[in-house]
Design a protein around this ligand. Structure first.
Ligand code: 5AD
Length: 354
């Protein structure tokens, strides 16, 4: 079977076999650890107008917020105090130099604060969109070392059909190149179940990730947001987003054994077993949410976001036979391999255990 056939095969036994195979490979190569990124959605202000996203700038009925420096530092400290040594800082896209300076300053301060008493440093992932080479470099020098920028689809026509003309796939690819050249651990990803998306598109996405030699992957089902144009699309949705996402995760894991792959919030939102199955299908990263409760409702990319707190994550992961990895950065092994460096997981054994 080729990848397209594996994706389109509707036989549930086939899905179960695929997940079993993936789970065996993963346990052999990566073990049963699941890394954490403390998620801080520090702003929902966005200059983009993506047809699928609840944060698009034309969506005027949400309250826009932007956390202050000290609020973010406080959240980082909360994460660190429970042994979560990696943060994911996300926001809508604001490319102004003032905003980049702000983020750079926060990143620098997170490092400074965590180093102050000789305790372990924090790993920092940014996911704040398309910036210039110089801005990516500035943030890297400030101490961000991972960057996530999804392409949403590697197919130019499908990309075009879900974005305004001012946004292009080429620009995303340029950004991914810049990030890699600067030295970031680079992640990308796609949405699954988009109107007009075919099995061939998804198979091509998997090959795209391999060709790009990415370090991290974030894929999740597309969930229509009622107040966005794409929710009214009449283009056919060919696939069951839940089982297709599980298949995409499993195939990605088989094709890229040493990358980090997140179990997306969207997957956890569309199915009660999304977390457990996402981990079994090869996901080795979860993102417990640290965004203050008051703002979570305003960060709604799609309808019904289900963000699990740490206790819930812990229980579900353990009952699936996996372990949350405290006190570690949890870098992707792939990054070290592609750069011919010895793997270091920045583990901090002497600090508080989970
Ligand atoms: N459904 C699922 N995922 C979405 N995202 C944005 N809107 C939606 C949606 N309606 C994802 C995109 C984006 C990330 C921030 O969230 O992949 O890159």
């Amino acid at each position: 079977m080729d990848i397209t056939e594996m994706l389109s095969c509707g036989n549930p036994d086939y899905l179960a076999t695929l997940i079993d195979r993936t789970e065996k490979l993963r346990l052999d190569t990566l073990g049963n650890q699941v890394y954490m990124r403390g998620l801080i959605e520090f702003s929902n202000i966005c200059r983009c107008d993506c047809f699928y996203c609840g944060l698009r700038k034309s969506h005027t009925s949400i309250r826009r917020y932007h956390l202050k420096r000290d609020q973010i530092l406080h959240l980082a400290e909360m994460a660190r105090s429970i042994g979560i040594y990696s943060l994911a800082m996300q926001s809508g896209e604001i490319a102004s130099q003032a905003e980049v300076d702000f983020v750079a300053e926060v990143v620098r301060s997170v490092h400074e604060e965590s180093n102050r008493d000789g305790s372990p440093d924090m790993g920092i992932t940014l996911s704040i969109g398309e910036l210039s080479y110089a801005q990516y470099q500035q943030l890297y020098e400030a101490g961000a070392h991972r960057y996530l920028l999804r392409v949403e689809s590697s197919n130019p026509d499908l990309f075009r059909s879900i974005h305004p003309v001012s946004q292009s796939l080429e620009r995303r690819l340029e950004c991914l190149n810049a990030l890699k050249e600067i030295g970031y651990q680079v992640g990308t990803g796609v949405m699954i179940g988009l109107p007009g998306q075919t099995w061939e598109h998804l198979a091509a996405d998997l090959n795209f990730f391999v060709e790009r030699d990415i370090d991290m992957l974030g894929m999740g089902p597309y969930i229509p947001h009622p107040r966005t144009p794409l929710a009214r699309s009449t283009a056919g949705v060919l696939i069951d987003p839940y089982t297709t996402t599980l298949k995409m995760l499993a195939l990605a894991r088989l094709m890229m054994p040493d990358i980090n792959m997140v179990v997306s919030t969207a997957l956890q939102t569309i199915h009660p077993e999304g977390l457990k199955m996402g981990v079994k299908a090869g996901g080795n990263v979860v993102m417990p949410i640290f965004t203050p409760v008051d703002y979570r409702m305003d960060y709604s990319l799609y309808a019904g976001t289900q963000s699990k707190n740490l206790d819930a994550l812990h229980q579900e992961i353990e009952s699936a036979g996996y372990q949350l990895a405290f006190n570690t950065w949890g870098d992707p092994q792939h990054y070290y391999r592609r750069r011919n460096l010895p793997y270091s997981d920045h583990h901090h054994p002497d600090v508080r255990a989970g």
